[in-house]
Design a protein around this ligand. Structure first.
Ligand code: 5GP
Length: 362
């Protein structure tokens, strides 16, 4: 796993509240226990446990949403999540989150998003360049082009992680709720919001509810990523493929005809190995569809989904790929740059960074 930690990486499918540190959850639960708002003993075991069952994962999500209703906490989670990804040598991160509305604490969807953006701004998290760059004059000099100080070789070299945001539509939402999220994202795009995601319980909601909002986003040229085929639902999968989103998450349950359509479409797939196995969508790593996608030369990106819930890290996900499927990881992680929703200038910056890493890791 250490070699995978050194590898520069791009993370494109991570739900903000699914990335929360268990230590923070425990701290927040303890605070609520003290004021009698919940009983810590009901949740302590599930917070501290690493290998949670599917049922326990959902119990944890319910707890997270009870504990994270405060603007200050949202900002803190965002900051910590970015620090955690940076420490795993993630150089570009697309976080996604569902804007929440909670009158009791004076939270609107807009103020929720502002709290997340405040967390992004407050972060000076840096990935440790020295972990994947040899200490050579040449490399040190070029690292300055990554907005880093021009360090001497014997100093700690760091690089800034680039963070962008997708706003998620929860499948429980109404037509109006979905539209509000998309319009908010579009309006705030100059602040680093780069697209829309559709997520939430795949057994709830009807695709037709979200179509007007998603179509509106598409008409503006705003990228859309869809959680797709997490449960068997051929009608919805057909409609999603026909919509031609910019990326698809999971795609665990595809019938043969849908599989052919996916391969023909060339739509990049966000692969979340541990998540798919923990939630019983795929029986084991050995039979995971990553292998078929990769062998078909289909665009794929390795992601974590909810590292706080599934007790994983992006480095561990790459390690699983290396130990089961593909030993050469740098090409795989670099290729993900093409599938980001970043602008062309940032893509070029990231490519340069990977080229320097390639030079050293060779
Ligand atoms: P948040 O949007 O609150 O930052 O992140 C947690 C939310 O992301 C969950 O409540 C759920 O709506 C969504 N989410 C997290 N993991 C998954 C997943 O594996 N599948 C789907 N469909 N949604 C998810």
């Amino acid at each position: 796993v250490r070699a995978c930690q050194r590898l520069p990486k791009v993370e494109l499918h991570a739900h903000l509240n699914g990335c929360i540190r268990p230590s923070l959850l425990l701290e927040l639960a303890e605070e609520r226990d003290i004021v009698g708002q919940l009983s810590l003993s009901d949740f302590k075991d599930v917070i501290l446990k690493e290998d949670r069952s599917l049922e326990e994962c959902f119990k944890l999500f319910a707890l997270i949403h009870i504990l994270t209703t405060d603007h200050g906490i949202i900002t803190r989670i965002t900051k910590e999540v970015i620090e955690d990804f940076a420490s795993e040598s993630v150089v570009y991160l697309e976080l996604r989150t569902t804007p929440k509305h909670n009158e009791k604490v004076g939270m609107s969807k807009r103020s929720y998003v502002e709290a997340v953006l405040a967390g992004i701004r407050a972060t000076d998290a840096a990935f440790p360049l020295e972990s994947f760059f040899a200490c050579e004059e040449k490399i040190c000099a070029s690292s300055a082009t990554m907005e880093t100080p021009n360090h001497r070789c014997d100093e700690k070299k760091i690089g800034r992680i680039h963070v962008r945001l997708l706003l998620s539509i929860d499948r429980r939402e109404s037509v109006e709720g979905a539209m509000e999220t998309v319009r908010l994202a579009w309006e705030m795009r100059h602040l680093g919001i780069v697209g829309i995601d559709l997520s939430g319980d795949p057994c709830i909601g009807d695709w037709k509810t979200f179509l007007p909002a998603l179509t509106w986003a598409k008409e503006q040229g705003f990228p859309v990523a869809l959680h797709c085929a997490e449960v068997p639902n051929p009608t919805e999968v057909e409609a999603m493929l026909a919509f031609r989103p910019d990326r698809l998450g999971h795609v665990c349950f595809l019938e043969d005809s849908e599989w052919s359509k996916l391969l023909t479409s060339g739509i990049p797939v966000e692969v979340c190995l541990t998540s798919n196995i923990r939630t019983n969508r795929v029986q084991s790593i050995e039979v995971h569809h990553f292998s078929a996608l990769y062998n078909a030369n289909h665009p794929v990106v390795i992601c974590t989904d909810d590292p706080g819930i599934f007790s994983t890290t992006i480095s561990r996900e790459y390690f699983l790929i290396a130990s089961h499927f593909v030993p050469e990881l740098l090409h795989l992680s670099k290729k993900a740059i093409d599938f980001t929703f970043a602008d062309e200038k940032l893509k070029k910056t990231l490519l340069r960074l990977f080229d320097q890493a390639e030079y050293v890791l060779d």
